[in-house]
Design a protein around this ligand. Structure first.
Ligand code: GN1
Ligand code: MG
Length: 355
């Protein structure tokens, strides 16, 4: 690994490189140099991200844009170039690597501890959205094609049901029925976009709390990380993924379904932070349809988890048998709770948009 580190323009000589963080997609390492400088080295996952060149071009363009709007360097991720001035390094064995400056004094949370943590997450993603509102989204590469195309995720479910490669279809009829009864609404947002009624924005697409770097002292946001899935998309999806993951009262794979609810306090806290920062750069229809984001992101993940269960657990890492089925059931429970609170979800968005 040290030989890889030497391919980048570091301040000092790399002296140690150790595994870092808990990401499931890329492999991450903390690098220290003899000048006491710290860096983050990442091996990018080539089987998930087929177009590394396009993905890195996205990240460079987005970070350059953000840097023009920020004076504090800790507020934007900083890539360290290779010795020959490139944004990443392709090794001879076919693996691809990149290096970031380490953000000193930053901290990441996996789960919100207070409503303020979710408010701050809303601020971070709201600032991100607002600062990129004048970035030409169509110039970005789609790093994972059709990533949040919910109708297409249903098509993949139908294909898995047809092939039934793991022979599990007969065990999951209840989940299949629950998903298919909601298939008609899956295309609501993509349909509005195709009709030209919703704009394509620069979206992050993985707006989890742990993709925000917070200042360890003040617990306020420094920067948005994990920019691999930044691509053109719908703002409701960024809003939705943050709510799906941050405002649920239980884990994504909770097996006691009675514990799974949408916390309306957390939801309102995120709305306040997010809309406070970017509400004015959104169209009235974008604001009005925001609550569809969490509902469709939970549904989409339920579809993806069941599809992977039927396919024999080939995409999502599982820690136990039936893990993807558990995740599907939990996401379905969350969808059902959102449906029960649909009027309140709409009212809260309306209230914070008006402020
Ligand atoms: C994957 O790696 P992680 O957990 O941040 C997935 C998301 C899913 C999530 C479900 C590139 O994200 O879309 O919502 O699992 N990311 C990719 O746990 O597929
Ligand atoms: Mg991440």
């Amino acid at each position: 690994m040290i030989t890889i580190c030497r391919k980048f323009r570091l301040d000092g000589l790399p002296i140690c490189c150790t595994p870092f963080g808990g990401g499931h997609i890329n492999h991450t390492y903390l690098v220290a140099t003899n000048q006491s400088r710290l860096y983050i080295l990442q091996e990018m996952n080539r089987s998930i991200f087929k177009d590394i060149e396009g993905m890195m071009a996205n990240i460079v363009a987005v970070c350059d844009h953000l840097r023009r709007k920020e004076s504090d360097p800790r507020r934007v991720l900083t890539l360290v170039p290779t010795l020959d001035g490139r944004s990443y390094f392709d090794a001879e064995d076919g693996r691809s690597w990149r290096m970031f400056e380490y953000v000193v004094g930053g901290v990441c949370l996996d789960l919100p501890e207070t409503t303020d943590d979710l408010f701050q997450t809303g601020v971070a993603f709201g600032v991100f959205q607002n600062q990129l509102a004048d970035f030409p989204a169509e110039t970005l590469t789609e790093t994972i094609p059709q990533f949040h195309d919910t109708p297409n995720r249903f098509r993949q479910l139908h294909a898995a049901m047809e092939a039934d490669p793991a022979g599990r279809l007969h065990q999951v009829q209840a989940e299949v029925d629950a998903l298919l009864s909601r298939e008609a609404e899956a295309g609501f947002m993509t349909g509005l976009c195709a009709e030209g009624k919703l704009p394509l924005r620069v979206t992050h697409n993985d707006t989890k709390l742990n993709n925000i770097m917070l200042d360890a002292q003040t617990r306020t946001p420094l920067c948005v990380m994990d920019l691999d899935t930044v691509m053109p998309g719908l703002v409701a999806n960024d809003f939705g993924e943050a709510i799906r993951t941050g405002a649920s009262t239980a884990a994504e794979d909770e097996t006691d379904l009675s514990r799974i609810h949408l916390s309306l306090d957390m939801y309102a806290a995120f709305c306040r932070g997010f809309l406070g920062e970017c509400g004015r750069s959104l169209t009235p229809l974008e604001v009005e349809t925001l609550p569809w984001g969490p509902r469709l992101m939970a549904l989409e993940n339920a579809v993806r988890f069941l599809t992977d269960h039927l396919n024999g657990d080939v995409y999502f890492h599982i820690a136990r048998e039936g893990h993807n089925l558990d995740r599907c059931r939990a996401q379905l429970a969350l969808v059902a709770d959102m449906e029960r609170h649909w009027d309140e979800m709409n009212r809260i968005v309306k209230d914070w948009a008006a402020k």
